[in-house]
Design a protein around this ligand. Structure first.
Ligand code: ADP
Ligand code: MG
Length: 619
């Protein structure tokens, strides 16, 4: 067969094969177009999981009638100057509309703000009809019907209507995080309605949009991020370690407002949480990178979800540094998800205990002592500290209060001192220890909440942090191998390992170049005991190639520290005195990351007073 030029329609269908994978891809392109047009309101309607109908209405800038044929023609765009590196919009390829028009029935109706009339254009299976005048409001409406009618092979790959509908919702949610000031609605017979009202564009607005999209539980357990390095800005929210997920699907990352998927960014998030989360748990994030468009290439793949950074090391360093800092300052924060679960557990005692459940607290003669009356506590005044917050320290009220509370046996000054001390304890984030129950749980009280600490988990974390600090404050001891192990490696890998040689040596791994394409391992970290040096070196080379770091070895060493910590910490079952408990609480407050144990479980939970009141039906 002779060589011939493909027809426009075939070219468009080939492009559609790359960009329009399923209904959600159409939605992504149309919503991006609406946002590029400056819309404040984007209304989406679907039917049949988007295969029957997708309609997007926006209040953006609109298109003049004579431009409509161009809008649906290949390689026509209003968004790109002659500099492909200067991309400030979500679209730029001029491919979406013609691609959609080649595999569906597309109609587009638009009226620019300054125009008196609206016009419509229709494309069916690649055939463009003449523009005709119609009546319409300002803005643009795009309808896509019978998607893939002209490419039945594609249709066979579609999942259920429901799955496609939910993929569409996910696309809208994902993009909406980057545009909090825009109102998004999604409706249709194939779904429940989604309505995301516009919120302000600042951090507060973003947090509200996050709550709308990712749920209040995440926004309640999120730490703000705001950092900048060499002109690259990073903002957004990340989850505290106690709030994590089983996969990384809940990591939302944006570059200049564009949702992306990127190994480098995912790796940086993992590295930032290295100490805070076990390997199989994943942080939840909504992170926004803002940088000069020239410093990032978004034209890597037609779907535009992949990016390449000009300076990957800078971006990685910024991410790891900013997240670690946020996790550090969050210190002891635990997850409210735990207390929510606990509230649920409390709320359904009837169902849990079967029909035999009787509320026990007010049922008669044997009213049990409250859990707050610390049996093991030698310092009684502390137990009664709660209402003292209202007492004016300098007035005679203190004595009156002490009197009322039954601590008259103490001389006035002592009582005042005790009260003052108790008041100070209450001000701490984890409050004043009141009791230990079941030999493992510390019950503490703050101004406005009840805190329960898992003493074993908390102590384990503290020991771990201390061990790590001790380990990494000086070079680690190594053990020499009788015969150096020679590991054959590609020359690139040898270079990479040698480039990290000093860092590795500090950790006790001593490497030397050994002729071309090989490395000699002379000493290994003593802490690791017998190691497969060859496997370790190869893994490290892979990590350096991928992420430019050699944290793997550090991770392994930290893992050993974690195991040691687990064995060296206060086992549950040890009785603690109130002073010891308070000391543990204060130490937790001072230690970064102590809100979770080494396995990522919370070390404490907090129940706010209003929640407790709700449990008792007082609210
Ligand atoms: P791209 O977005 O890459 O430019 P598209 O095929 O998606 O390519 O759109 C082609 C052109 O049509 C856009 O450049 C824009 O000028 C115009 N357009 C598309 N959708 C809209 C819309 N909702 N509002 C205003 N103009 C639009
Ligand atoms: Mg577009």
């Amino acid at each position: 067969m002779a060589i011939r030029q493909l027809s426009d329609n075939i070219i468009n269908q080939i492009a559609a094969g790359e960009v329009i994978e399923r209904p959600a891809s159409v939605v992504k392109e149309l919503v991006e177009n609406a946002l590029d047009a400056g819309a404040r309101r984007v209304e989406l309607a679907t039917a049949g999981g988007g295969l029957t109908l997708i309609r997007v209405v926006d209040d953006g800038s609109g298109i003049l009638p004579d431009q409509l044929p161009l809008a649906v023609s290949r390689h026509c765009t209003s968004k790109l100057s002659d500099n492909i590196h200067d991309i400030r919009s979500l679209g730029f390829r001029g491919e979406a509309l013609p691609s959609i028009g080649s595999v569906a029935r597309l109609s587009m109706r638009s009226r620019p703000r300054e125009a008196d009339n609206a016009a419509e254009i229709v494309v069916q299976g690649g055939k463009i009809s003449p523009v005709r005048p119609v009546a319409a409001n300002h803005g643009t409406m795009v309808e896509v019907r019978d998607l893939f009618f002209s490419t039945p092979a594609r249709l066979k790959f579609m999942k259920s209507e429901r799955a496609e509908a939910s993929a569409i919702t996910d696309v809208v949610k994902r993009i909406s995080l980057a545009f909090p000031a825009v109102r998004f609605t999604v409706s249709g017979s194939d779904r429940s309605t989604l309505d995301l009202p516009a919120v302000s564009e600042d951090g507060d607005g973003l947090l509200r949009r996050i709550a709308q999209v990712l749920g209040k539980e995440f926004s309640d357990n999120a730490l703000p991020i705001d950092a900048e390095r060499e002109g690259v800005r990073l903002t957004g929210y990340v989850s505290i370690p106690a709030y994590s997920r089983g996969n990384a699907l809940h990591q939302f990352i944006y570059v200049n407002g564009r949702p992306i998927r990127d190994k480098l960014v995912a790796g940086a998030i993992r590295a930032a949480y290295m100490d805070a989360l076990p390997r199989d748990r994943h942080a939840v994030t909504a992170l926004f990178l803002q940088l000069d468009p020239e410093l990032v290439d978004v034209n890597v793949h037609p779907a535009k979800a992949d990016v390449r950074f000009r300076d990957p090391g800078l971006v990685r360093g910024l991410l790891v540094g900013a997240i670690r800092q946020a996790l550090g300052t969050s210190g002891t924060r635990s997850s409210t998800a735990g207390s929510a679960a606990m509230l649920e557990a409390f709320r359904t005692p009837e169902r849990q205990a079967g029909s035999g459940y009787q509320p026990r607290f007010y049922s008669g003669e044997a009213r049990p002592s409250t859990p707050w009356s610390a049996a093991s506590s030698p310092s009684r005044p502390l137990e009664y500290a709660a209402p003292v917050g209202e007492v004016h320290p300098s007035g005679g009220l203190a004595e009156a209060a002490a009197d009322f509370l039954g601590i008259t046996s103490l001389p006035g000054a002592d009582a005042r001192a005790a009260i003052q001390e108790a008041k100070e304890e209450l001000q701490h984030p984890l409050g004043a220890a009141k009791a230990q129950v079941h030999e493992n749980y510390i019950i503490a009280q703050t101004d406005d909440s009840l805190v329960i600490v898992d003493q074993h988990a908390a102590h384990e974390r503290l020991v771990y942090e201390a061990l790590k600090e001790a380990i990494h404050s000086r070079p680690l001891p190594s053990q020499g191998l009788l015969i150096p192990e020679i590991v054959d490696l590609p020359e690139d890998d040898v270079d990479r390992l040698i480039s990290q040689g000093d860092f590795l040596a500090r950790l006790g791994l001593h490497l030397e170049r050994f002729g071309p394409g090989a490395i000699a391992v002379r000493e290994t970290p003593a802490m690791l005991g017998q190691v497969d040096a060859s496997a370790l070196v190869k893994d490290l080379a892979d990590e350096i190639a991928e992420a430019d770091t050699a944290n793997l070895l550090r991770e392994r060493i930290d893992h050993i520290a974690a195991t040691m910590a687990c064995h060296g910490s206060v086992r549950s079952g040890r009785r603690l005195r109130v002073e010891e408990m308070n000391a543990l609480l204060r130490q937790m407050e001072a230690t970064p990351g102590s809100g979770t144990c080494n396995h990522g479980r919370p070390t404490y939970i907090e129940l706010k007073l209003p929640d407790i009141e709700r449990l008792f039906g007082r609210r």
